[in-house]
Design a protein around this ligand. Structure first.
Ligand code: R5P
Length: 281
């Protein structure tokens, strides 16, 4: 049985189809103090697959509740984290800080036999789990919506995302890759991107990153590329967090096309990771 968190209902349904398993309809009861309780009336069987993008504090609590009922009602519990929240906080950056990714990984480990996570921001977070952990790479799927383009340029907005850009290029089967130099002013939040080594003039560019959060990184990159006469700039990302006005920022910058996976369910989530997950289930 597939048990979806409320932020992963479409992916849960796609996974149920892919695996030919039952999709649980999870009921939620809310209390006056803001607490909530989940219920799956017909829970039971050999295996529960709990699928929950932990995009908020409430989503973390839903996940823990789903795991708890799964452990009581099924022989095996697999937890799928399409998007792992707090995965960027994989170390204490200053004295006196917790390692937030470790804190959530330890909590999640108590309720499951194993964990699958789709491209966590820091792959090393797997070491924080106390149960077997596997990463599912959805990068090649991002090539699917790309229209036919002659010799596209796949650009990572920073050096850390270069492998992602290369992964999409390889799946597309044509084009070249490069990356931007990025600096962020932590006082103002402003992101500055230095021009890439490749000249984008006249070329179609596909910007590839794992997360679009505020959209500052991508909109700054789009601006730079159009200033350097790129023919068209597309954006492909794995996890469309899209906080605040990110979608409008990209539209304002003139993005020619935008798509992402359903690890975070947004209107731009055109690509399902269900087939890639199914291979690991
Ligand atoms: C950072 O390392 C990530 O890969 C993304 O580049 C970042 O999360 C994007 O953030 P924003 O959309 O807020 O610029």
């Amino acid at each position: 049985m597939i048990l979806p968190g409320s932020a992963s209902q479409s992916l849960g349904a796609a996974l149920a189809d892919e695996l030919d398993e039952t999709l649980a309809v999870v009921e939620t009861e809310r209390f006056a103090d803001g607490e909530f309780k989940l219920r799956v009336p017909d829970a039971g069987g050999e295996r529960a697959v709990v699928v929950a993008a932990t995009t908020s504090a409430a989503a973390h609590l839903e996940l823990l509740q789903l795991q708890d009922l799964a452990q009581e009602s099924f022989d095996e519990v697999v937890t799928v984290l399409p998007y792992m929240g707090y995965a960027r906080q994989d170390q204490a950056f200053r004295d006196g800080e917790p390692v937030s990714a470790r804190a959530v990984a330890r909590a999640i480990s108590t309720g499951t036999d194993r964990v699958l996570a789709v491209n966590p921001h820091e792959p090393d977070v797997g070491a924080f789990f106390d149960v077997p952990f596997e990463t599912v790479d959805a990068t090649p799927l991002l090539a699917d919506p790309l229209p036919a383009i002659e010799n596209p340029l796949f650009l990572a907005p920073d050096e850390g995302a270069t492998d992602l850009a290369r992964g999409v290029r390889d799946a597309y089967g044509a084009g070249t890759t490069d990356y931007f130099e990025k600096t962020r002013d932590y006082d103002t939040g402003e992101v500055r991107v230095a021009p890439a080594g490749t000249d984008p003039a006249g070329r179609a560019v596909v910007l590839v990153d794992d997360i679009v959060a505020t959209g500052s990184t991508m909109s700054a990159a789009i601006d730079q590329l159009y200033e350097r006469d790129a023919a068209a700039v597309y954006v492909a990302c794995l996890h469309p967090v899209f906080a605040d006005n990110a979608r409008a920022k990209l539209a304002d910058a003139g993005v020619a096309g935008l798509w992402a996976t359903d690890t975070v369910e947004r209107p731009v989530s055109a690509v399902s990771v269900a087939p890639a997950l199914a291979e690991h289930l």
